[in-house]
Design a protein around this ligand. Structure first.
Ligand SMILES: *Cc1c(COP(=O)(O)O)cnc(C)c1O
Ligand code: SF4
Length: 345
């Protein structure tokens, strides 16, 4: 094992962290992202994992460099690192943790359409994400055959057209911004033929994990949409914000979209009042209001992140004591079969 002091002197680290490296496009950045835990740990000046964590996991590690650069060098418990680093605990079966904790497989209404709640339908646009979050409730979702690949799109559209109560379409996934802007605009062009749609929502972690995805073309597409747009980003810790994220969010706002943030409450990552206060404050400084603070969905492999309801309620109370109402997120848990995400407090 290599010593850490030697690592920190290592030239390649400072070179790769340099902000003046030539700019490369977001697709190229995706390809250059970390896929091997050993390489990521090495980049951070940390000791390699005891044994390979890359393994045969169906949900391998994936971390864009832009996100890794916000992790603190030498910090094994960095809150950004812990969200993305595979852990041997993931393969241990835990009672109560399952592959489909929120019952998504039972709520498919048509290929790629989840219509669980009144008035809004969620489209699984793609199974792909720029980052693989270890707590992700969709990490075992069988995306194959369940996203809106062109030949299933017609069927999904047919379903939406037959459901006049659907007024809001949520583009989700995976991460919808993994699609090309051209694919996105083809999608919304077809959606525009449905007269009942009054709002479009986009659930994406891209502005946080790969801010260069927010290109001029993407912003032009957003600006031209015929509906009010809500973009729900996903940040769990204040350190996930930096100047590049601020710029991406500023550009999204320039399209006229409303920006909200959803957060998953997680042990050792954001389960303290101070961190949550900073997260709400930092998000607001970047033009984002809090939306949901989720109790973890009990997906197989994520047990190490769980926070008790008792702690969650105490944390939310702490936020209420210190923040204006609009900076307090809604603490919720998703229960299969329920008509909305249930308030925990
Ligand atoms: C979370 C979710 C929504 C959105 O719910 P809101 O309370 O409107 O944010 C819609 N559809 C599905 C399937 C969901 O899981
Ligand atoms: S970005 Fe969202 S959908 Fe993708 S792995 Fe992370 S939590 Fe899951």
């Amino acid at each position: 094992m290599k010593g850490q002091a030697a690592k920190l002197d290592n030239q390649p680290h400072s070179v790769s962290r340099s902000p003046i490296r030539p700019k490369i496009g977001w697709r190229e950045q995706l390809k250059l992202g970390f896929r091997d835990p050993g390489e990521l740990l090495d980049f951070l000046g940390l000791d390699p994992p005891d044994r390979s964590l890359a393994g045969e996991s169906a949900f391998p590690m994936r971390v864009p460099r832009a996100f890794a650069e916000r992790m603190a060098p030498g910090a094994a418990h960095d809150p950004l690192l812990l969200q993305v680093l595979p852990d041997p605990d993931e393969s241990r079966a835990r009672p109560g943790f399952s592959v489909d904790p929120v019952g998504d497989l039972d709520s498919r209404s048509a290929p790629a359409v989840l219509h669980k709640y009144h008035g809004r339908a969620l489209l699984m646009t793609t199974g792909a994400c720029a980052v693989h979050c270890r707590y992700c409730f969709r990490q075992h979702y069988p995306y194959a055959g369940q996203t809106i690949a062109p030949r299933r799109w017609r069927e999904a559209l047919g379903y939406l057209g037959d459901q006049p109560d659907i007024e809001e379409i949520i583009l989700s996934g995976g991460d919808p911004l993994m699609l090309s802007t051209r694919q996105l605009s083809e999608l919304t062009r077809d959606l525009a033929a449905l007269n009942q749609i009054r709002r479009l929502r986009i659930h994406t972690r891209m502005p946080i994990v790969l801010p260069d995805r927010i290109t001029d073309t993407l912003v032009a597409w957003l600006s031209a949409l015929p509906w009010p747009v809500v973009i729900v980003i996903h940040a769990n810790h204040p350190n996930e914000f930096d100047a590049s994220v601020d710029r991406a969010l500023e550009r999204l706002r320039s399209s006229g979209a409303h920006l909200l943030n959803q957060t998953v409450l997680m042990r050792a990552i954001n389960d303290d009042t101070h961190t949550l206060l900073r997260l709400m404050d930092r998000g607001f400084a970047a033009g984002v209001l809090p939306y949901y603070l989720h109790q973890l969905d009990r997906v197989a492999g994520s047990a190490r992140f769980e926070v008790s309801d008792e702690t969650a309620v105490a944390l939310l109370h702490g936020l209420r004591l210190r923040l204006p109402g609009y900076l307090v997120p809604r603490l919720v848990r998703e229960q299969p079969g329920q008509p909305f995400k249930l308030p925990v407090l």
